[in-house]
Design a protein around this ligand. Sequence first.
Ligand code: 13P
Length: 261
Amino acid sequence: MANRVPFIAGNWKMNLDHQQAIALVQKLAWTLNEAGHDYQGAEVAVFPPFTDLRTVQTLIDAEKFELALGAQDLSKHDSGAYTGEISGAFLAKLDVKYVLIGHSERRSYHNEDDAVVQAKTAAAFRHGLVPVICVGETLEELEAEGASAVPVRQTLAALAGHDNLGEFVIAYEPVWAIGTGKVATPEEAANVCGKIREAIAQQYGDELAGKTRILYGGSVKANNVAGFLKSVEVDGVLVGGASLDADEFSGIARFQKHIAL
Ligand code: 13P
């Protein structure tokens, strides 16, 4: 780990209604804190569905619970006749700090290409949200181009053309490792995260590259998280399935304990 605050992010995807969200966050408040704040030093965030955001925000406020709030998507537009879309302005009003952009499920099921991802990244910056830009290659792309070509290309495309780059996070999620139980090795993850950082450094300089957090995602569990976070290149994890279980997600957030052992 480098001198960057580790980031443990739970993407709930389309799971948990607002009542189930209350139950999970209350349990998390308990399990995350139970072992005497030993996840401190890491930033922990949850990314619930839109309909849960207000509920989770209220709970975090009431419990004075150190949990950052993220959304799973936003519109590239700010307001107007865009039925079904959610403005970054609305998210910012709910104390949402982070927003996932370009998750592979959005890229494949909603045809979100690099131009859409770039426009949504711009919208996040406009509203003071921190985009968590998701990049990653499919199995076919891995075989055709190697591991880092697609994630590097997607990263540079998302970052291009902004007047000012605000804070952002990159999440490297190989598509073949998402929800499959097939996990990248820590070496593979570190290698691609390192290549992404190198590309950011080449394009935007060492200072920005040095402070950008780059996460790994794809079948992360409490029993494999430490392997990823031992590497200086991997600054955190983006967790899907395992973030729906309070004990498992807390186990991931307490990764330092595993590393110390
Ligand atoms: P899983 O952890 O379920 O593989 O999902 C990863 C992911 O897509 C997080 O955004």
